[in-house]
Design a binder for this molecule. Structure first.
Ligand SMILES: *[C@@H]1O[C@H](CO)[C@@H](O)[C@H](O)[C@H]1NC(C)=O
Length: 484
């Protein structure tokens, strides 16, 4: 007869053995075992997840694809794809649901935002609710607001130039982040944050620490329950409460607005149980991040690429000068929308340096075949749009900045719009893409119309990604001088 302790130890050993066998079986015999990748990835995703938390996956991913090809296994049930047909299938044709990662970054597991909703039906509902604030006519109505914000921006730049008696070096990454925050807050929340004018970085810093926390919270869901650890959004909540209560006061005074904040407040008033105050907060955080940093980074990356390709910069400036011959000519939505080279430059910039630099993650709902591999249910599949957009099988000279490829064939090849997804694709693509493009065109055209921009050499282009990319050096400087 065995005693209790012996049986207990025996059982433990057997359980351990069972787990090891399972891991070994999955590593070497499961359907995913045929997919190439680092050996450690057969057993555990941890080395990969650590890179994700460090914001370094965007630098490691391309190296893995280089070594193993367009399909790479980085964990027992964790696969990266850079292949166009695979990405089309995952995001567009089969339109898989979002992975549990998105649920894990919710602060309250029951409160989902437009980004963190993983249920396809509920997502559709949310998106429909917001669609009035993204209709063409509504967006066109925002033109005057955007102009006001951009005027403050040029006034600040002019003052800096005057103070320096000519040329001045500006951290474009910072001032553009302030500008797009001002535009987003003016358009969505009824009042500009006025960050360009104040140059106050407190708010940006709060958002940046929030975004870093998200990656950590997504992997360690228990973090927020540890004693002494604040919620990721604790500082943002204060800011948001202020905006919401100001709006509610205005409503009492009978001032009516029709913006995104109002949609949230009306939804909350109509059904405070299923759309709570916490829902308002989550949605607003999302809009603050998705509606500002993404656009400012795209603008900064575009300037970076232009400054490093001076002949393209001259070409674009010639186009803008002929569309707006006098510096007093107003840069408009309508006119910039039709400038072929400007739009080609923006596309080419988003192809080479998209904002979504790492994988867009989905969950496989039923066993399926992708790229000839059998992918079982519940596998996590990441679509690497950034890698596809530099695929040499699709793009000639993929690492060169060639806006012309968007206007006519380049080396006999037309730009493949199906291999270009800067706003993601499928049902979960970016709701704000037209807003962003309108804003980008105004910002870039205004900068080139009014200023001589120059490269500040010796800067690092190294990036990290925490939700959106960051310059590792923390800034991106550009020389600015008023044009005569
Ligand atoms: C830029 O890309 C979009 C999306 O693929 C496309 O509709 C548009 O025509 C492109 N612009 C130019 C100038 O090629």
């Amino acid at each position: 007869m065995y005693g209790f302790t012996t049986i207990f130890i025996y059982a433990l050993a057997a359980e351990l053995c069972r787990r090891c066998c399972r891991i070994l079986l999955a590593a070497f015999t499961g359907p995913l075992s045929k997919i190439p990748g680092p050996v450690i990835g057969k057993f555990t995703s941890w080395p990969w997840l650590i890179q994700v938390i460090k914001g370094n996956q965007m630098n490691i991913g391309p190296r893995l694809f280089q070594k193993y090809g367009p399909v790479v296994r980085v964990g027992p049930a964790d696969i990266l794809f850079a292949d166009k047909a695979a990405i089309q299938k995952i995001l567009v044709e089969d339109d898989f649901r979002k992975s549990h990662d998105y649920e894990r970054i919710r602060e309250d597991p029951h409160v989902a935002s437009l980004i963190t909703e993983t249920d396809k039906v509920k997502y559709k509902q949310k998106r429909r609710q917001l669609s009035p604030a993204f209709s063409i006519s509504y967006l066109n109505g925002l033109e005057a607001l955007m102009h006001e914000c951009i005027q403050v921006f040029t006034r600040v730049l002019d003052t800096k130039c005057n103070e320096a008696h000519g040329a001045v070096v500006i951290d474009m990454n910072r001032i553009l982040a302030h500008l797009t925050s001002d535009v987003m807050s003016a358009a969505s929340f009824g009042g500009s944050f006025n960050l360009v004018e104040s140059d106050d970085n407190t708010q940006m810093n709060i958002f940046h620490s929030y975004m870093r926390r998200l990656a950590l919270d997504a992997q360690f869901t228990f973090i927020k329950y540890l004693p002494g650890v604040p919620l990721a959004s604790s500082e943002i909540s204060v800011l948001i409460n202020r905006i919401v209560s100001r709006r509610r006061q205005e409503m009492e005074k009978g001032i009516a607005k029709k913006d995104i904040l109002q949609i949230f407040i009306d939804t909350n008033d109509a059904d405070p149980v299923s759309f709570t105050d916490k829902h308002i907060e989550e949605e607003m955080i999302l809009f603050m991040i998705a509606g500002s940093d993404t656009t400012s980074l795209t603008a900064t990356f575009t300037l970076l690429l232009l400054l490093n390709n001076q002949e393209k910069l001259r070409e674009l400036r010639a186009e803008i000068d002929s569309a707006f011959p006098s510096q007093d000519d107003t840069i408009t939505f309508a006119k910039t929308q039709d400038l072929p080279y400007l739009n080609a430059v923006i596309n080419e910039s988003m192809r080479m340096m998209p904002i979504v630099t790492a994988g867009v993650v989905r969950l496989v709902p039923e066993t399926t075949i992708i790229c000839g591999y059998e992918i079982p249910k519940d596998t996590i599949v990441s679509t690497w749009i950034s890698e596809m957009q530099r695929d040499p099988r699709i793009w000639r000279d993929p690492n060169s900045f060639i806006p012309e490829r968007w206007i006519s064939n380049y080396k006999g090849v037309a730009a493949d719009r199906k291999a270009f997804m800067p706003f993601s694709a499928g049902s979960r693509n970016c709701i704000g893409q037209q807003f962003a493009l309108k804003e980008l065109r105004l910002i870039l055209a205004t900068l080139l119309q009014r200023y001589e921009l120059s490269l500040v050499p010796g800067q690092s282009h190294e990036l990290r990604v925490h939700t959106v990319p960051w310059f590792k050096q923390g800034f991106y400087n550009i020389g600015v001088k008023r044009r005569e």
